[in-house]
Design a binder for this molecule. Sequence first.
Ligand SMILES: Nc1ncnc2c1ncn2[C@@H]1O[C@H](COP(=O)(O)OP(=O)(O)OP(=O)(O)O)[C@@H](O)[C@H]1O
Ligand SMILES: [Mg+2]
Length: 253
Amino acid sequence: MDKKKILAVNELSKIYKGEGYKVEALKNISFKLELGEMIAVMGTSGSGKSTLLNILGALDEPTAGSIELNGNHTKEMFKEPHASLYRRDNIGFIFQSFHLLKDLSVEENIALPLILKGIHKDLITPKVNQVIKLVGLMNWRKHRPIQLSGGQQQRVAIARAIITAPPIILADEPTGNLDFNTSSEILNILVDMKEQLSQSIILVTHDANVATYADRVLFFHDGNIVDEYKCEANNDLENILEKFKLITERQTV
Ligand SMILES: Nc1ncnc2c1ncn2[C@@H]1O[C@H](COP(=O)(O)OP(=O)(O)OP(=O)(O)O)[C@@H](O)[C@H]1O
Ligand SMILES: [Mg+2]
């Protein structure tokens, strides 16, 4: 059965220009994301990974090229108010540094996207219960972020990102601040979510072990996609490390 394409990235370029500098952060990038697929984006520092996520989440505008969601694209999508609506309806963000609101409880942080969407409060509690169970934080719902460990805070951020059931999750180094075991827990939650909710995920990472959780890995170097790897569950870690090593060696040539 053919998998359904959810997102198509077409010849995307981004140039940052300012007084005395010009950086080509993305150079004509194209790829497709399928429904229920997790893509890991690996690349050296400065290769354009965060720039890509920012554009896919309409936080930034490309210099050229387009993104198509379910076959639709509009040039206006990067302009307000379209960009905010596109984000609200389609995208869940997870960042390395959690980005939780410190004065709100766990359940209030998680409910925030529904409140912003204007959902009636009677409908919010059952939704919060559902996602808070999924990330295993039922006993922590009244706590403040500062009272939680890093892994627990990231689980709050994941619950908040999925509560509106967005078709696409964009995660920038989501396990970058976590130890190995906690990272594995978080990645398993992302994999379960993808399988249970058919979500599609793009996950940026420096870590080859993290990339093994994905279905496919795209390797970035200097604003280009220079290689790709399909995970097979056999020797993935060795194969990804080998490809990544070739890319870091390019850097020094
Ligand atoms: N707002 C900006 N203004 C000017 N240049 C920028 C801006 N944001 C990023 N850049 C430049 O664009 C290039 C790509 O940056 P980007 O943040 O996408 O890299 P990255 O792959 O996410 O790196 P890292 O792994 O360090 O997070 C870099 O050379 C960076 O200096
Ligand atoms: Mg980055």
